[in-house]
Structure formats: C-alpha cells, structure tokens
Design a protein around this ligand. Sequence first.
Ligand code: NAD
Ligand code: 0WE
Length: 254
Amino acid sequence: MLMQGKRGLVVGVANKWSIAWGITQKLAAEGAELALTYQNERMGRNVRELAETLEKPLLIPMDVTSDKQVIMTFELLKRVWGHLDFLVHAVAFAPREALDGQFVATSREDFRIAHDVSAYSLTALANSAQPLMGEGGSIIALTYLGSTRVIPNYNVMGVAKAALEASVRYLAADLGPQGIRVNAVSAGPIKTLAASGIAGFGSKMRHHRDRAPLRRDTETEEVADASLFLLSPMSRGVTGQVLYVDGGYCIMGD
Ligand code: NAD
Ligand code: 0WE
C-alpha cells in the first residue's frame, strides 16, 4: 500500500484505454484517494462510469485551457480535501491538420493551441497545486520521444513535448525547496484515443516492436508502474527527470 493516506489529482482520463486511467487504477490499488477531471461533458459520461470502481472519487470538469476552470478545480480540492499529495498530467492536443505533412507548415494558431494544451497546462496546474502540497508532493507528466527526435507527423506535438520536458526541469528547480518533485514519464507508442486516427500508427507500433531491445509493445500497465514509482516515496531522491518506459527503444541508433 505505497499510496495509503495520499490524495491526488489525475488529469487526462478520457476512456478505459487512457494512460491516465491505467495510472489511476494502480494508484487506487495502492490505497490512494483520487480526484479525476474530465475535459467536457462528453468525456464526463465515460469518466463517471469508470470512477464507479473507485472509492469516493472526486469528479471535476476541467478544460486545461481555461484559467477559471483550473482555479475552480483547486478551490474545490482545497475545500473538500484541504491538501494534495500528487498530480498526474496526461493531457495533449494539437489540431489534426498539424499532425500531418511537414512541421514547417505549422500555423501560428495550431502552434499556440498545441503548446497551450500540452505544455503550458502543466505549469498552470503546478502553480495551483503548490499551495495545497504543504509538506511536499510529487508531480508527473506524460511525454514522448518526439520531444528530442524527429518522429514523422508528430510535428508540433514534438515541439510542445520539448517545452513540457523543459518545464518539468524548471518546475523541479522552483518547487524542490518545498519538497515538491516534478518528473516526466516518456512512454512508447500505445493505442489510445490520442493515437487513433493518426496516419500510420500501426506501422509506428510495428517499427517500435521490431527495434526496441525488449522486442514488444509498451504496455499501459508498465507505464502506470513507473508512474507509481515516481509518485510514491520510493523515488524521494528523484526530480527533474524524464524516465523512459519504452522497452529501451530510445537507446538504439538504428
Ligand atoms: P487519451 O486520449 O486517452 O488522453 C489524452 C487526454 O487529454 C484526454 O483525456 C483528453 O480529454 C485530454 N485533453 C485534451 N485536451 C484537453 C483540454 N483542453 N483540457 C483537458 N483535457 C484535455 O490518450 P493517451 O495516449 O492516454 O494520452 C495521455 C498522455 O500520454 C498525453 O500527454 C500523451 O502525449 C502521452 N503519451 C501517449 C503515448 C501514446 O502512444 N498513446 C505515448 C507517449 C506519451
Ligand atoms: O502525444 C501523442 C498524441 C497526442 C495527440 C493526438 C491527437 C489525435 C487527434 C495530440 N493531438 C491530437 N489531435 C487530434 O486531432 N502521442 C505520443 C501518440 C502519438 O501521436 C503520434 C505519434 C504517437 C506515438 C502522431 C504521429 C506520430 C507518432
């Protein structure tokens, strides 16, 4: 029971395939008390159904691009819990047209949206969480190798993930003196809602499976286990890091 007596917020559950849902289930199994946010009412229906399997979860609507909704979420957490131990950021979005063709053609507006949703949101959430994490806490964000390597079609999302990973380091430096750790988990490709409809995703998965030292797909459950490590006291000496959970794919040169 690694998370017994701990309370945390998970942002990014859309459905049962969501990496955030895999993390939620691990945290619940280790005794954590959980709050989940959902992007909008459409997602809310799924999330409410999934949350029926959890013990007294808090369910809160929050679009991360709305300062007002972010503030309202943390006001509610302060009122009901008064304290927060951990935060999971598992949110990414770029307009569909930006994830196709050349990165060089990215519009100003698509660049702005990708960075607002996928990168700035971590800082907004961390700043709101900070006062609730009195005696320390742990924050993680989900990222992808496209931040440091050119992955065809990942395009502006790769640039946003680079900003997200740099944000993890700056946040770790700012919040470290208060005992708050900030890390990222870089997952290999997994078939989730965010991956559906991405041209050639199947071949991306095959390419990964063929080259990764472990010669298999990345599983949500192993991403969740690494997340649990970073959220628990087991990782108390670790902050500002990107932990790759990709079967070793990122070490290969070809
Ligand atoms: P997912 O579609 O289940 O999760 C993405 C979530 O982002 C959804 O819950 C969606 O509601 C939320 N979201 C998007 N815009 C939002 C907004 N404006 N406000 C609030 N929420 C918003 O897909 P996933 O694959 O589980 O993605 C979770 C995280 O994992 C993302 O950061 C993604 O980049 C990362 N990741 C995914 C993979 C993969 O291959 N699936 C690999 C590495 C990293
Ligand atoms: O971060 C992601 C995907 C995030 C994502 C997905 C979508 C699809 C629907 C962001 N925005 C949107 N916008 C939409 O309209 N991943 C790590 C999964 C992913 O996406 C890829 C990948 C991988 C891996 C896109 C191209 C190449 C590889």
